[in-house]
Each structure stands twice: as C-alpha cells, then as structure tokens.
Write a new protein. Sequence first.
Lengths: 345, 345
Amino acid sequence: MGNPTIYDVARTAGVGVGTVSRVLNNSTRVSPETQEKVMSAIWALGYRRSKVARQLSTGIQHRNIGAIMPYITPPSFVERLRGIQMALSHQDNDFNLILYTVSEPDRQREQLLTIIDQSTVDGLLITALNISDEERSLLTQAGIPFVLLSDECNGENNCISPDNIQGGALATQHLLQLGHRRVAYVGDAFPNNYGIPTSELRYQGYLSALESYGIAFNSNYVALGVHGEEAAYTLTQALLNLPEPPTAIFAMSDIQAVGCIQAIRAAGLRVPEDISVIGFDDVQLSRYVGLTTIRQHLEQSGYMGMQTLLEMLNTPDQVLPRQLPPLELIVRGTTQPFNPVQGAG
Amino acid sequence: MGNPTIYDVARTAGVGVGTVSRVLNNSTRVSPETQEKVMSAIWALGYRRSKVARQLSTGIQHRNIGAIMPYITPPSFVERLRGIQMALSHQDNDFNLILYTVSEPDRQREQLLTIIDQSTVDGLLITALNISDEERSLLTQAGIPFVLLSDECNGENNCISPDNIQGGALATQHLLQLGHRRVAYVGDAFPNNYGIPTSELRYQGYLSALESYGIAFNSNYVALGVHGEEAAYTLTQALLNLPEPPTAIFAMSDIQAVGCIQAIRAAGLRVPEDISVIGFDDVQLSRYVGLTTIRQHLEQSGYMGMQTLLEMLNTPDQVLPRQLPPLELIVRGTTQPFNPVQGAG
DNA sequence: CTGTTAGCGCGTTCAG
DNA sequence: CTGAACGCGCTAACAG
C-alpha cells in the first residue's frame, strides 16, 4: 500500500540499497550505467524518498516553530508577523517558521490537535486566539512550549498583551478633552467568533472615560457589528442618521476608522471639521491616511512573543516575562476640538 | 553527546522503553506509581521526544510546502501571500506552509542548499527571486518541484508573471493620452540586489510608450534609487527642482507613488491639479489613497502559483500552464488631463 | 565501484 | 500491567 521505498527501487533496478542511496545523494562513486538503471527505476516507480527516514538517519534536526492565527493578511497581523520574522532572523537560529491559519473558529481545536499529534512543531506562537484550559494542558502535556499574543493576560508570563481597557480610555479621553460630548463607539460585536474580547475591553475603556468625565452613557452611540471596513461604513451611516448624531467617533481599529471616515465623507461631511475620528492600532496604513489613533506596538509585540518563545526553547530555565511599552496616543489629522457650529447633522 | 532518548529515560526510571512510550502517549494502562517514576525521570533528564523518530514510526507523513521570498510584509508580498494561503486552504490539503525570507541576497544560495539538504519541503514556491541555472538543477535533482512567481518568464510552464513591459507602457500611455508631455519615471535602480528586473522592464515599457507617441526621451526625467517610499520622496524632490519639472510621474510601484505624492504636497503643489501621479501594482493601500495605478492581480498570482505547485505534487502527470489575467488600468484620483497653466513649477 | 548490515529513536506488537 | 523485540525508510561504514 505505502509508497515505494529504496528497497523497491533497488529490486527493480537489480542493485543494492546502498547503491540507490548513493545515486540519491550524488555520490560520484557510481558507474554511469548503474546510475542510469537506478534513475529509470526511480522514475518508473514514481519513487520519492522519505523526509523523515532521511532525517532520522542523518541525525539532522531541523526545528520548526509554528505561528497560528486567524488570518495573516490584515494589517494588524502583518505588523505582528514582521516582528515575529525579525526576532527569528535576528538570532540566526535555524528554525523554520510554519504558518497556520485557523480557517474557521470551529476547527481551532482540531487544528491544534493535529499539530500536537503530528508533532510538527517544537514551539508555538499563538496569536489572537482564545485557548481553552484543555488546549493549554494538551500543549503542555505534549511538551510544546507556547506563548500567547493575546488581548488579555491573566498574569501568565508566557503571554503578551496591551492594556486594551486603558487604550480605550485613552482614545476616548482624547476626544473628550477636545470638548466632544457626543462620542460614539464603533466596534466588533462581542464576543466574536474566536472568543477574543478586544472590542469588549476597549469598550470598557470607552465607558470608564465617559464616566470619569461625568458624561451620561447613550446606548445609541454604541455601534457594534462584524469586523471590517464595510461594516464600519454601514454602522456609521446609521450613526449619522440619528436625531443627534455624534460629533466624534472612537473606532476600535484603524481599518474600521477608515470605514467610518468614508461613510462620513459619503454623507457630504468632513473629517475632522464636522466629525472627529480616532482609531486604534496604528497600522502602517494609518500613517498614509493621516489617522489619529492609539499605537499599540504590534510589531514589537510580535518580536517579543517570538523572542520569549525562543528563550523557552533554548534556555527553558529562565524566561524573563516581557512587557510591552505603554500605549501611545498618536495625533494626526482626523481629530480636532469640538466646534459648537457642528452637529447640524 | 546527543539528547537523551527513551532508553535513557527507561534506564533511569528502572523500567522498559515500552512503558515510557506508554506514558508519553497517555496510554491509561500504566500504574500511577510507575507513571510517576517515568515522569520524574523525563523531567530529570530534560528529555524531549524526537519528532522524526515518532513520525517515521507512526508512518504519519506531514507534507510541507515552502514559500521563499525576499520579504513578507511589504504590501505587494502580503497580497501574494493571501493568494497563496487561499489556494492552500481551498483544497484542504494537509500541507504545512513554511515561510522563508532571504535575509540577504548573498545568502540565497546557502538557504536553498539548506532547504534541499535538510529535505524540509516537498515543494517550493519561489517569489520575486532570481534563480540561477545551477539552483534550478539542484532543486530538480533533489526531486523538489517548484514554481516561480517571477517578473519575467521564458516560456517555462512552472513560472507565472505579469507582462511588465506592457504594464509600463500602459501606465505611460495613460499619462500621454491625458496630454502630458513631460513625463517622469521613478523606479528602482537596476539591476537590484536580488537580480529582479522589474524596474527595468517597466522602464522599457515607459520608453516604448514615449517612442510610440513620438516624444523625445529626456534622461533628466528618469529617477532611479533604492526601493521604498523614502527614496521616492527624495527622488521626486530633485525632479521638482528641475528647470522644467515633469507634469506627470509614473512610479514603478504604488508605495513609491505614495512617496512621490508626499514630496509633491510637501513642495506646496497639488496632486493631480499640478502634477499627475500613477503607480503600479494596485495594492490595498492604493484604494484608500485613491491612487491611479496598474492592477497586476497580485493575489491571484499567488493563488495560481500555489495551485500549480499543488498540482505538481498531487498529479505530476499533467500540470496545466496558467496565465494571469491582463494588466488593467485603474483610474482613481491622482491623474488628470494636462493643464497648460501648470508647469509654473 | 557495489552489496550487506547496523543503527537513527520511537511505537507497537507479543509474550509474560 | 510491563519488558523485549521488530520495523518504519534511509544513511553510512564495512567488506568485498
């Protein structure tokens, strides 16, 4: 049933396995004619040599590090990927980077099991995924060190995350300080499919900032939907149609902020003259768009995550817990002080 | 010298290897106390079981596909990655995706050799890299199928590329049709470090378009430098200081076009009122910036590349050569007809 | 130049 | 419940 082996090749070529191995490895010590016989046998049988057997025999150990995340191409993941990549190349380990994407939330467990079962990786970097206690112990049991790039850590030292609540507060405070009072929140509906509480945490920050400024909470100003530019666009349209539309919007991510801005412009209004918009993340795009936002050092978090994982693999004894630099308000061109004239909406 | 094996563990635990294997695999049929003995032996020796041996023994074959490219995070690579990823998940193969980045051009050969030598991958997708004849035959000899995502194919059917010359002509023609006569080219100095002729090809297109419109070539309007936004910015500044500055710029990539635009604005001029700018690639960013550009279907090229590689791996008999859809002019907001008033520069 | 044989480290029988 | 022996597919060392 299985694929043909060197023994099969040797037999049909009428030679010994050693010879086959030799031609496979370009050992020059083979006569041209036997070489030819072997080659044709290989071709006839469709033989392909087994990676694993070869590796076991040669003793060559190539180590793999897996990085698993829901997506790889949205800006915020690209940034982290860059950091991951940098950490990997900086300490020129000979680690291979294997990328896994969790195509559907339901399949996360299954994928993790496969990874563990096939023992494909020596370490795992888990990004923006919610790992159950069972999954954790499975990983530990299998002896696979892992670190979490998460949105909420409970004091674990193999976990790195920004302070999303504080970030949400920071963004909202900026708007409030500018004099805005009708401040909306545009974010993902929570809990989302992957069980990540990002939106909820930033929303909590929004709430607390409102409270510390003594501003009454208005549920009409909370617009939740699926993640992405399009949804943010639609959500914003609804916001603009309110009897008293907001004069400022805090979008939980830069990409959603862009959606908000486009909706505002499509409605014939200007940013920031008529409505201020602040995002979150500070992905590369935001620089080009001139978006005011909260920088959460995504690239660095990827870097640190990979760095600690490498430590866990190389010197398991002492891994130092790392901490991200504090969140930063980056003021660019999409927010400005509240102007009493505005709000004619 | 090597790492401890189950034999070592068995010996120090005073049991047989079979028992060790059982506790390693959660076989419940082990008495709690021997289990305990084994565990502590494992811990004491710092034992970690060998992936390869396990795989060889269980017969589990996990196949790896490698994707190698100079970088992974610039927009044009992200787009291709998305396509690669999609192709991989669409036909739910159980292939792992291993990402390699060629940190330095000089190390490309070395990295390829390592990949071949360690027989890490079953197939290789080579993106934006110049592969020598020797490297090709090394790959072939090792039985590793590969496909090229390149910028110039010589009729090979394991190679996918856009028609860069035609694209360059397309972009330039657009500017010319709008009435511009002083048209500049901003691109990478060629040949670049990785030996990729992209810039040169698009430049050829630029030249041919100029010629077909009977416009004299002016070397002052050709600005070449390292790739990236910053360099394009500087290059553009020089262009603007010319006695007769260009009224339109063709930048060989979107990211460079963005650099041009920023330089123009920094000089107090407007795009497109004072100077028109067209890019190349149509990466996601361009949509947000409203950049006129040439769409080269990057995502689709990644998809097609992975698709044909999978075919080569699964049904080596017949792989159909694929062809990218034609390049497309995408007119957005950064180009407009030449206005005789402009050029006061 | 070539056939034979002994491991590589682990899982899994098969007897105890 | 546990220990011993075999085999996974290949490489390398050793005789011819």
